[in-house]
Design a binder for this molecule. Structure first.
Ligand code: NAP
Ligand code: 8YV
Length: 318
C-alpha cells in the first residue's frame, strides 16, 4: 500500500522529519520550490507539517481539499491562518507545555546574560583584555524587579524562576490573573515604567504587533533591560535599535527577530545586546518531546482520531 502524503511547509527539525518519514511520504516545501508540480500533488496531501515560524496562508489551505490536519512543531502558530483553516475544516495543532521549562530557562538565561554581561565578560577574557582591566560593572539581578509581558504557561514558569532570585514580579496580559498574586499593570508601558527587566513572552501575530514600541522602551528607561523570547513581531525592532544606540534603555537579550534568520547587522556590533538564534526550546530532550507530540497530532488527525493538543480556536472542531 502506498504511503499517505504530507507537506512540510518549513525546514523541519530532524526529530519531526524522521518520525514523519517513517510513516508518510514527506514533500519538502514543494509548494514553494515547484508550484507546477505542487498543483498536481496538492489533492493527495492529507497533512501539513510546520514549525512555530512557518507560514500557512489561506491561499495554500484552499489548495488542499483533502488535508485533515495542520500539525505545528511549536507552541506558537502565528504563521497559520487559523480562521482559514477552520473554514476549510482543517484543524490546527501545536505543542504546548512540553517546551515551557526550556523557554523559561532561556528567558532567565538572557536576563542574567544581559544584566550581568556574561557573554561580554567571556569576550573580555578571550580577547586578552583582563590584564588591562577591570571590566565595567554590570547590573544586579537578584532582588531586581521583573515585568512579564504575557503571563501564560511560559510567563508563569519565568515568574517561578524569578521568585527563586528574590525578584519582585509584575506582569501585563489581556486579562488580570488575580490568583497569581503578582502585580498587574493594564499596559506594557505602565509595566515597563515599574520594572528593571521587561520580558516579552506573548504569542506573535496581529494582536501583539509592536506591543513593545518606542513609548514602552522610553518607560523602561536607561537602567532597564528588555528580553524578547516571544516573537520578533512583538517588538518594534527599529525603535529598539534606536533605544539601544541612544541609551534610552541599558541593554537587551534577544532570541527572536523581525526577519529571521536575518538579524540586523547593527545589532551584531552592539556591546549592550545578547543575541541567540531562536533557540529557547532547542534542547535535545525538548525537541524530542515536541516532535513526539507534533507527530502524534499528525497521526491522530490523518486517522480521524481525537487530536492531542489542538490550538484553542479549534477546540470545538475536534
Ligand atoms: P500562552 O499560555 O497562550 O500565554 C500567552 C500569554 O500572552 C497569555 O497570558 C496572554 O494573555 C498573553 N497575551 C496574548 N495577547 C496579548 C496582548 N495583546 N497583550 C498582552 N498579553 C497578551 O502561551 P505560552 O505557551 O506561554 O507561549 C507564549 C508564546 O511564546 C508563544 O505563542 C510563542 O510566540 C513564544 N515562544 C517562543 C519560543 C522561542 O523559541 N523563543 C518558544 C516557545 C514559545 P491572557 O492570558 O490574558 O489571554
Ligand atoms: C521553536 C517556538 O523554535 O514553540 C514555539 O513557538 O518558537 C519554538 O519552540 C519552533 O517552533 C521550531 O522551529
Amino acid at each position: 500500500m502506498s504511503k499517505s502524503e504530507v507537506l512540510a511547509v518549513a525546514k523541519l527539525p530532524p526529530f519531526y522529519q524522521k518520525a514523519l518519514e517513517s510513516v508518510y511520504t514527506v514533500h519538502d516545501r514543494t509548494h514553494m520550490t515547484d508550484p507546477a508540480a505542487f498543483a498536481a500533488l496538492a489533492p493527495r496531501i492529507v497533512g501539513v507539517a510546520g514549525t512555530g515560524e512557518a507560514s500557512v496562508p489561506r491561499s495554500l489551505l484552499s489548495q488542499l481539499p483533502n488535508a485533515k490536519v495542520v500539525a505545528v512543531f511549536g507552541v506558537g502558530y502565528d504563521g497559520v491562518d487559523v480562521q482559514a483553516a477552520i473554514e476549510h475544516g482543517i484543524p490546527v495543532t501545536h505543542t504546548p507545555d512540553v517546551l515551557t521549562d526550556d523557554v523559561a530557562d532561556l528567558a532567565m538565561g538572557l536576563v542574567l546574560s544581559a544584566g550581568r554581561a556574561i557573554p561580554q565578560a567571556d569576550q573580555f577574557v578571550r580577547a586578552g583584555r583582563w590584564p588591562n582591566g577591570p571590566m565595567a560593572l554590570s547590573r544586579k539581578v537578584s532582588g531586581a524587579r521583573i515585568g512579564i509581558v504575557g503571563l501564560g504557561r511560559i510567563g508563569k514558569a519565568i515568574a517561578q524562576r524569578a521568585k527563586a532570585f528574590g525578584m519582585s514580579i509584575a506582569y501585563t496580559a489581556r486579562s488580570e490573573k488575580h490568583e497569581s498574586g503578582f502585580k498587574f499593570f493594564p499596559t506594557a508601558a505602565e509595566l515597563a515604567a515599574n520594572v528593571d527587566f521587561l520580558v516579552a513572552i506573548t504569542p506573535g501575530g496581529a494582536g501583539t504587533k509592536h506591543l513593545i514600541n518606542a513609548d514602552v522602551l522610553k518607560a523602561l528607561g536607561p537602567r532597564g533591560f528588555l528580553v524578547n523570547v516571544a516573537r520578533g513581531s512583538v517588538v518594534d525592532e527599529e525603535a529598539l535599535i534606536e533605544a539601544l544606540q541612544n541609551g534610552t534603555i541599558a541593554g537587551a537579550g534577544l532570541d527572536v527577530f523581525a526577519n529571521e534568520p536575518n538579524v540586523p547587522e547593527v545589532l551584531w556590533t552592539m556591546n549592550n545586546v545578547v543575541l541567540t538564534p531562536h533557540m529557547a526550546s532547542a534542547t535535545s530532550e525538548t525537541r524530542q518531546a515536541m516532535a513526539d507530540l507534533a507527530f502524534a497530532n499528525m497521526q491522530a488527525g490523518i486517522s480521524g482520531l481525537p487530536l492531542l493538543t489542538p490550538v484553542p480556536e479549534c477546540f470545538g472542531l475536534v
